[in-house]
Design a protein around this ligand. Structure first.
Ligand code: TYM
Length: 344
């Protein structure tokens, strides 16, 4: 792992992250999260879960939630997570997440949560009608991370603020309960190409599951024709691609498509521009479409194969839940003791 373990933490390096089962997974989730999970599983002990407790902060149809959970697990496996190496589990199967979240609710300050931009974005003008869970969502996320004493959290750019809050909660807990260094201060791993993939229709918005236009995103389950068509129709400008990344600054659509190419190909945007400088989108888009189909096609095919065999997915999730519980239980027991609960 290139990133240093957080200073002053003597424990071992651990990677943890998760994705909410709230609908179709898209290219942003794949490049911002799944690709990193797959890489990092070889660099440290890795816990990757399906964030179903987080999913229900907004209404989820109970008849669909289990299938959505399996779909995320299928995506993890299809993207290359190996259940023999990484612990893959459903969040709700490890009840310690919710228990630690309650304790952290009493550590975190209202002022800290008031600053969380995701709550503001998601609740919009209708704050009074948002669930209380949506408001305390980042506290549960801190519990997810710290329950396993994770040191590195691979996420897209939009989750950076939540990992920073996790650091604040860890530091305050360590201080309040006189346990210096007990929880590590985890690092968000959000840098690099793929950290912020934007909508194909409006590059001022991030690519998201909630965008009503399906043309704005590439879903992991899209077939080759759909992927190629969405890239062909992606909004662009009339200029040729420039020679330097700096010149992309005021061209958000061009910047996004070059960034997608770079992330899919494991290169930097500068390297992509060295190859394509002077070319128009008429030449660039077909190359991008070919690359996207070549990289995503096998992932979609494997997801479909796995989803046709729920028993195989369930086996992975059940074994992962057992391993996760074994890792989580000692932390919660120690925390209860530190807090002073009876019988702990
Ligand atoms: P979620 O389900 O919204 O997104 C899953 C992951 O995908 C990343 N992502 C993106 N990356 C690049 N470009 C985009 N357009 C894009 N859209 C989404 C997200 O940053 C995320 O990494 N709160 C988390 C789930 C969670 C979690 C955790 C993550 C719950 N507990 C503990 C890490 C650690 C979420 O809602 O992700």
């Amino acid at each position: 792992m290139t990133e240093q373990a957080p200073a002053a933490y003597a424990g071992k390096r651990r990677v943890l992250s998760g994705v909410k089962p709230t609908g179709d997974l898209h290219l942003g989730n794949y490049l911002g999260a799944l690709v990193k999970f797959t890489r990092m599983q070889h660099e440290a002990e890795t816990f990757i879960f399906v964030a179903d407790l987080h999913a229900i902060t907004e209404w989820q149809d109970p008849a669909k939630l289990t299938a959505q959970t399996r779909e995320i697990a299928a995506a993890y496996l299809a993207a290359g997570l190996d259940p023999k190496i990484a612990t893959i589990f459903p969040q709700s199967a490890v009840t310690e997440h919710a228990e630690l979240a309650w304790i952290f609710n009493c550590v975190a300050r209202v002022g800290w949560l008031d600053r969380m931009t995701q709550f503001k974005d998601k609740s919009g003008k209708n704050k009074e009608k948002a669930s209380v869970g949506l408001y305390t969502y980042p506290v549960l996320q801190a519990a997810d991370i710290l329950l396993y004493k994770a040191t590195h959290v691979p996420v897209g750019d939009d989750q950076k603020q939540h990992v920073e809050l996790t650091r604040d909660i860890a530091a305050k807990f360590n201080h309040d309960f006189d346990a210096p260094g007990y929880f590590p201060l985890p690092e968000p791993i959000h840098q690099g190409a793929g950290a912020r993939i934007m909508s194909l229709r409006d590059a001022s918005e991030k690519m998201s599951k909630s965008n009503p236009s399906d043309a704005a995103r590439i879903n992991l389950t899209d077939d080759a024709d759909a992927v190629a068509q969405k890239i062909r129709k992606a909004k662009t400008d009339p200029l040729p691609l420039p020679e330097t990344v700096d010149e992309l600054k005021d061209r958000p659509e061009a910047q996004n498509l070059v960034g997608i190419y770079a992330a899919l190909d494991g290169r930097t945007s500068a390297e992509v521009l060295t190859e394509f400088a002077g070319e128009g989108f008429g030449a660039f888009k077909p190359r991008l479409a070919d690359l996207a189909v070549a990289k995503l096609g096998p992932v979609g095919t494997e997801m479909r194969r796995l989803m046709a065999d729920p028993a195989e997915i369930d086996k992975v999730l059940a074994a992962g839940a057992e391993r996760a519980r074994a890792a989580a239980a000692p932390t919660l027991a120690e925390v209860k003791k530190l807090v002073g609960f009876w019988g702990a």
